[in-house]
Design a protein around this ligand. Structure first.
Ligand SMILES: [Fe+2]
Length: 307
């Protein structure tokens, strides 16, 4: 039976520091974030081997045609995410390919919505940096915007929301109605950081060993669907910060194997007003306004002019 995407219902109950369960979860978090990450670095193994894939099978064959919502790069833009959820309507499955947080100023509702609605989700580079409390090294371009809004995330996200980001896998496989989808934020070669848009030869090299009909990616904030033989690389574009010159929120729907890249208008003024109310510096709101209204079409120099 199809599910209706759920609305945000506020933060869940917390156990609070000192509770025995929190100690156990804390130890587990330390193992996941410190031991496993170090293992990847030391052993130099591909991350997909170090983080074993999880296989989901969440499609109910009784519902007929399969309708799957694919989202990426929400970037704490709650108004954009709500517009996408309304436009998508009822779906059989919801998949998220990372970067739920950073840049925007409303991370909590976005994280909670993904927790409640996504059947599978992977970690983006910004989810990783927020969860691991990493501040950007350079003070230019988009990194400067991330540096200005990331500390606010550490105040706004509660322990369980941060833990959710920490535990996101870098890759995962989803099986739906005998179709396999592989989810990774950037590329299978470099799950968090490599930028690759529509270069077919480069993608072919990165598909070695990936046995999936759909490879769902994000990171570039540019929507595309690239057919490579029996495989398709699908980037749904960015929900919360599009960079292809179209300011509307971007998402994809796979229906009975056919991909549709979709756009929906949302209330950019409301996003900026919420940002203003958090007390961030005025240049952060002005730069965000220029980015969101231009669909990300700003040069580094133009971004750095906002002071
Ligand atoms: Fe992103």
């Amino acid at each position: 039976m199809r599910k209706k995407l759920r609305r945000y219902e506020g933060r869940g109950r917390r156990r609070g520091p000192g509770h025995p369960v929190e100690w156990i979860l804390g130890l587990n978090q330390w193992y996941t974030t410190v031991v496993k990450e170090s293992f990847v670095e030391i052993a130099g193994r591909p991350a997909e081997l170090a983080f074993p894939s999880v296989v989901h099978d969440c499609f109910d064959p009784a519902s007929g045609l399969m309708r799957v919502l694919v989202l990426s790069d929400i970037h704490s833009n709650w108004h954009a995410l709500q517009a996408v959820a309304a436009a998508a309507g009822e779906v059989d499955a919801c998949l998220c390919v990372g970067d739920i947080v950073d840049y925007g100023t409303e991370p909590g509702p976005c994280v909670d919505w993904i927790r409640r609605n996504a059947d599978a989700s992977v970690r983006g580079n910004h989810d990783h940096s927020v969860a691991q409390r990493v501040l950007p090294r350079s003070g230019a371009g988009l990194r400067r915007l991330a540096a200005a809004t990331r500390p606010l995330h550490w105040e706004l996200l509660d322990q369980s929301q941060r833990r959710f980001l920490t535990r996101l896998p870098t890759t995962t496989r989803v099986v739906l109605q005998n179709r396999t989808l592989f989810l990774v934020h950037a590329t299978p070669r470099d799950p968090l950081d490599e930028y690759l848009v529509g270069d077919a030869d480069a993608w072919r090299q990165r598909l070695n060993g990936i046995d999936a009909e759909f490879v769902c990616v994000g990171h570039s904030h540019v929507p595309f669907c690239l057919e490579l033989g029996s495989q398709r690389i699908l980037n749904p574009g960015s929900v919360g910060q599009p960079r292809d010159g179209d300011p509307r929120a971007s998402f994809a729907v796979i229906e009975d194997g056919q991909v549709r890249l979709e756009r929906v208008e949302y209330d950019i003024d409301a996003t900026l007003q919420q940002m203003r109310e958090t007390g961030v510096e005025s240049w952060v709101v002005e730069l965000s306004s220029a980015l969101l209204r231009s669909g990300g079409r700003l040069s580094k120099d133009e971004m750095d002019a906002f002071r």
